[in-house]
Write a protein that binds this ligand. Structure first.
Ligand SMILES: [Zn+2]
Length: 425
C-alpha cells in the first residue's frame, strides 16, 4: 500500500477532509479503510486512535478506531448505512471533542514533565510511559523516590502558571541525532523513541520532547492541569496521574460542591470547615471519655446489686446471671469488677446482644484453691456453635446460636459447681 498522507501534523485543528478510498476490506463486523490522506490520528505515543465518520456518495461508515501499520493508516469502521466503495471519494470528519480533549491532555503532559524536573531539581528525566485518556491521563517517569504531597502541589502550581503564561507550542520534524545535539539532556525521550526521523514538540522556553501525538498550539488552550495521584509503579518508576482542560475544571467543581455541602452541614463557611471539624473531633473525644466514665459507674452500681446474690458453696459463692442487653465487653468488665471485689466469688455471666456470649471469672482465692474457668468453657461454646478459651481467672465463649444461651450457661455452671463441691470435700 502507498503511504497515507497524514493531515493531523500539518493541520492539527482540521476536523473534516475529502479523500479517495484506496482500499476497503470487510472482515467480520468491521471494515478496514485505507485513504489517500486523513486527519484521523492513529494510536501512538500513548494517545488513542481517532473516531468519527467517513461518508461516501451512497454509504456511511462510523470509524471506531484508527491504527497505523508503518506509513499506512487504517480506519477501523462499521457500516451505518449504504455502501462505501473502493475508488470513490469520501468526506471524513473526526470526533472533535474527543480529539481536542486529547490534544489538551497531551500538551499538558509535556508541561507537567518539565515542572516535575524543576521541582525535583533534576537535570535528566525519562518518560517510562504515557497514556492520554479522557478521564485520567498518566505519565510514568524514571524516578526512584516518592514525590511528596508538597512537591506534587508545587508541580501542579508551576504547570498551571505555564498554562496562564500562554506559551506557544511549536512542532517540527528532524532526526533524533540532530534533536539530541541541539537540546542535549533537556530533551524528553522514551525508551521506544525511534532513531530516524522524529517529531520535536517544544513548549516555548519550558519543555522540549520527541513525541508523535497531537498538541494544542498554545499552553492557555490546555486550560487547567490537575494532578490527581502518584504512586510507585515499580523500582525506579513513579506514576503521576493527572487530568487537564474541562475534566480538571470538573474535578475542582465537584470538590467545591463537596466542600460546600460539608460547610452547610457544619453551618459554617467553607473557610471554617477544617476548624469546625477539629472542634467536633475534640468534642467527640471528650464525650467518649465521659461515656466511658458513666459506663464504669453503671457497672459498679450493678456489681454492688449482684454481689449479694448467688449460691453458697462453703466459703465460696457461685453467681450465674443472664444480662441480656450487655455486650461481650460489658460482661467482661462486670465479671472482672465482681471477682476483684470478692476473692471467694465465682461468676458466670451470659448475654445475647448480636451473638451469644458467656464469661466465666473466678476470684483470687477461688483460683488459688484450684478453680479453672477455662476448663470447660469450650464445651459451653460448642452448645452456642462457637469457640472459646481463656485462663483459670477469666474465660470467654462466643457463638452464633443465641437460642441455646440458656442451655450453655446452665451446662457451664453445672460443671463449675461440681468442681466447687469437690473442692469442699
Ligand atoms: Zn506529546
Amino acid at each position: 500500500m502507498p503511504r497515507t498522507t497524514p493531515l493531523y501534523y500539518e493541520y492539527p485543528y482540521l476536523r473534516e477532509f475529502e479523500s479517495g478510498v484506496l482500499k476497503l476490506v470487510s472482515f467480520d463486523e468491521n471494515c478496514y479503510v485505507v485513504l489517500e490522506q486523513t486527519c484521523f490520528f492513529p494510536e501512538g505515543g500513548g494517545q488513542l486512535g481517532d473516531s468519527g465518520f467517513l461518508i461516501g456518495s451512497t454509504g456511511k461508515l462510523k470509524v471506531v478506531d484508527t491504527q497505523a501499520a508503518d506509513d499506512v493508516i487504517v480506519h477501523v469502521a462499521v457500516s451505518v448505512g449504504g455502501e462505501v466503495k473502493e475508488g470513490e471519494a469520501v468526506h471524513g470528519s473526526i470526533d472533535w471533542n474527543v480529539r481536542y480533549n486529547r490534544m489538551r491532555q497531551h500538551t499538558g503532559s509535556h508541561v507537567l514533565f518539565s515542572s516535575i524536573k524543576k521541582v525535583l531539581s533534576l537535570k535528566e528525566l525519562m518518560y517510562m510511559g504515557v497514556q492520554i485518556k479522557e478521564d485520567v491521563s498518566r505519565i510514568d517517569i524514571s524516578y526512584g523516590k516518592p514525590i511528596s504531597p508538597g512537591q506534587l502541589r508545587e508541580i501542579e502550581r508551576l504547570s498551571n502558571k505555564v498554562c496562564l503564561e500562554n506559551r506557544r507550542v511549536k512542532t517540527w520534524s528532524t532526526t533524533r541525532d540532530e534533536a539530541e545535539r541541539t537540546y542535549g539532556k533537556r530533551l524528553g525521550l522514551t525508551e521506544v523513541t525511534p532513531s530516524g526521523m522524529v517529531r520535536v514538540v517544544e513548549v516555548e522556553g519550558w519543555d522540549v520532547a520527541l513525541c508523535c501525538g497531537t498538541h494544542v498550539s498554545s499552553t492557555a488552550e490546555i486550560g487547567l492541569i490537575k494532578v490527581l495521584d502518584r504512586f510507585r509503579l515499580q523500582k525506579g518508576v513513579e506514576r503521576i496521574e493527572f487530568t487537564a482542560g474541562e475534566r480538571a475544571y470538573k474535578y475542582y467543581d465537584d470538590s467545591m460542591e463537596t466542600l460546600s455541602a460539608l460547610a452547610q452541614l457544619l453551618q459554617s463557611s467553607t473557610r471554617e470547615v477544617v476548624g469546625r471539624v477539629g472542634l467536633l473531633m475534640e468534642e467527640r473525644d471528650r464525650l467518649k471519655e465521659e461515656l466511658e466514665k458513666v459506663k464504669n459507674q453503671l457497672v459498679e452500681a450493678k456489681a454492688t446489686e449482684l454481689l449479694d446474690q448467688g449460691e453458697a458453696f462453703g466459703e465460696f459463692r457461685l453467681l450465674v446471671k443472664e444480662l441480656p442487653k450487655v455486650g461481650a465487653h460489658g460482661l467482661k468488665r462486670m465479671a472482672s469488677t465482681l471477682v476483684k471485689r470478692e476473692p471467694y466469688l465465682v461468676v458466670i455471666l451470659g448475654s445475647a446482644v448480636e451473638k451469644a456470649c458467656i464469661i466465666g471469672a473466678a476470684g483470687e482465692k477461688a483460683v488459688e484453691r484450684g478453680i479453672d474457668m477455662a476448663e470447660t468453657i469450650r464445651e459451653a461454646a460448642e452448645v452456642i456453635k462457637g469457640g472459646g478459651g481463656g485462663t483459670a481467672k477469666i474465660a470467654q465463649a462466643g457463638g452464633r446460636e443465641t437460642s441455646q444461651l440458656e442451655k450453655a450457661l446452665h451446662q457451664y455452671a453445672e460443671k463449675v459447681s461440681r468442681r466447687l463441691r469437690a473442692l469442699l470435700q
